[in-house]
Ligand binder design. Structure first.
Ligand SMILES: *[C@@H]1O[C@H](CO)[C@@H](O)[C@H](O)[C@H]1NC(C)=O
Ligand SMILES: *[C@@H]1O[C@H](CO)[C@@H](O)[C@H](O)[C@H]1NC(C)=O
Ligand SMILES: *[C@@H]1O[C@H](CO)[C@@H](O)[C@H](O)[C@H]1NC(C)=O
Ligand SMILES: *[C@@H]1O[C@H](CO)[C@@H](O)[C@H](O)[C@H]1NC(C)=O
Ligand SMILES: *[C@@H]1O[C@H](CO)[C@@H](O)[C@H](O)[C@H]1NC(C)=O
Ligand SMILES: *[C@@H]1O[C@H](CO)[C@@H](O)[C@H](O)[C@H]1NC(C)=O
Length: 383
């Protein structure tokens, strides 16, 4: 089907919207362990400077919805691609666009999550990050599968004061196992070197929140080397829960003192703490640095990110059968410029586990900007 449609055509857009419901094949059963991923389709869903007078689409994130649709979101930067400009939240499921209504400095992209019990979809995001003394963390929800959204609530007063908690582009998780089964966890990062990484927790179905684990950045100063194996500066982060109830948190490793690679921390108490003794660097997960995607399902951990330690380029998928201790295989997704990425899987039908969906920043040249477009790729895991 993909080959008969021009990727940029209107028809493809319509197909994309229906795709999450209708393109799921039902030909496979779920008796597997090893995966064999292949790209089914890779479509540009937003192109910077083209759609809706938006200068740049950036920081993509997404979630499945209760009805079995994919909700793709991105920060749409109205006048320039810069971090501090005016942004709106672009949403590929809804007809709504959430405009923050301020001229400058504003709505950063955020974290999405779904409450499968109440069929409620949430987006947590930061407001006025650059221009306000205290940026706000807002939470909004949709009870009709992302078609319409309620007024955002300000949860900033519930969080630890004095630190910036920017919900990272990615998804929040709900603990499926003890300890603290049912708890919501959103990973957030700060901005300047003095801030760190925090886990935002909710034990009452996302009504009230508090700051759980907080890890200060550990500056490496000028002298990098083996002795500084616990230095890092957190950036965008993504948690996953393993079957023993532990949390694995992957973070962008901004300072690159130890390596040009991802850092991981582990929590055994449901996100109350992330002991620095659990900090480890995965030297095989190189990064430029940048945000990246992480997803765990049925014994397989999936990673998406650029295959480069210096440039945002060469988007790839990697998978691990041992919780990220080693990586069993990799698949190139896009060989030219590519940056941020997010990954998800539908949760409605058993055959949904055959597909992984990837949303990523894409450039059209080998080097140069990685933010020309946001692409949506569907990957068959057992092709
Ligand atoms: C949520 O949606 C599913 C179908 O997708 C339905 O079976 C269930 O009853 C719904 N739950 C609520 C609380 O509406
Ligand atoms: C979601 O599914 C429910 C139950 O099947 C249906 O009533 C509702 O219209 C669907 N909502 C959307 C937005 O597709
Ligand atoms: C969902 O949003 C509505 C409207 O802002 C709000 O009244 C409600 O409390 C929210 N629910 C949750 C669980 O956040
Ligand atoms: C880096 O500098 C800070 C403040 O100047 C200091 O507290 C910290 O111990 C130093 N870290 C290392 C690893 O040298
Ligand atoms: C992965 O972690 C789980 C605990 O969540 C453990 O039971 C399992 O043995 C680990 N797998 C490998 C291959 O280490
Ligand atoms: C990643 O880069 C390395 C080194 O250039 C190359 O050998 C490998 O094939 C690449 N893998 C993917 C999936 O792009």
């Amino acid at each position: 089907m993909a080959s008969t449609l021009r990727p940029e055509s209107l028809l493809w857009r319509v197909v994309f919207l229906l795709c999450a419901i209708s393109c799921i094949t039902t030909d496979s059963t779920r008796k597997f362990f090893k995966v064999n991923p292949k790209i089914v389709s890779d479509v540009n869903i937003w192109t910077s400077g083209v759609e809706g007078e938006i200068a740049g689409y950036r920081t993509p994130f997404m979630t499945y919805t209760p009805n079995g649709t994919i909700l793709a979101l991105a920060g749409a930067r109205k006048y320039s691609k810069g971090d501090a400009g005016k942004k709106i939240l672009a949403l590929r499921r809804s007809t709504d666009k959430v405009d923050d209504g301020y001229d400058k400095g504003v709505l950063g992209a955020g974290t999405a999550f779904v409450d499968d019990d109440s069929n409620t979809t949430f987006v947590m995001f930061i407001h006025c990050q650059f221009r306000c003394a205290v940026p706000s963390v807002l939470l909004m929800n949709s009870t009709n599968d992302g078609v319409t959204w309620g007024q955002p609530r300000n949860i900033t007063p519930q969080l630890q004061p004095g630190i910036v908690s920017h919900p990272s582009p990615g998804y929040g998780i709900r603990k499926r196992y003890e300890p603290h089964k049912g708890r919501w966890i959103v990973c957030a990062h700060g901005r300047a070197p003095e801030w760190g990484l925090s886990l935002l927790l909710s034990d009452d179905g996302a009504m009230t929140w508090r700051t759980g684990a907080f890890v200060y950045n550990r500056p490496c100063n000028d002298t990098c080397g083996e002795s500084h194996h616990t230095t890092f500066q957190a950036g965008e982060c993504q948690p996953v829960e393993l079957p023993d109830g532990s949390l694995l948190v992957m973070t962008r490793n901004q300072l690159r003192c130890t390596c040009h690679c991802k850092a991981f921390l582990t929590s055994h108490d449901g996100g109350e703490t992330l002991p620095i003794s659990s900090l480890r660097f995965d030297h095989t997960l190189i990064e430029p640095p940048t945000d990246a995607g992480l997803f765990y399902s049925d014994g397989v951990l999936y990673f998406t990110g650029p295959n480069s330690s210096s440039k945002r380029q060469k988007m790839m998928l990697k998978w691990s059968y041992d919780n990220g201790t080693s990586w069993a295989g990799e698949l190139p997704i896009w060989t030219k410029a590519a940056g941020y990425s997010a990954v998800t899987m539908l949760q409605k039908d058993p055959e949904d586990k055959n597909f992984l969906y990837l949303l990523y920043e894409k450039g059209f040249h080998k080097s140069g900007t990685s933010t020309a477009a946001i692409a949506f790729a569907k990957i068959h895991l057992h092709a």
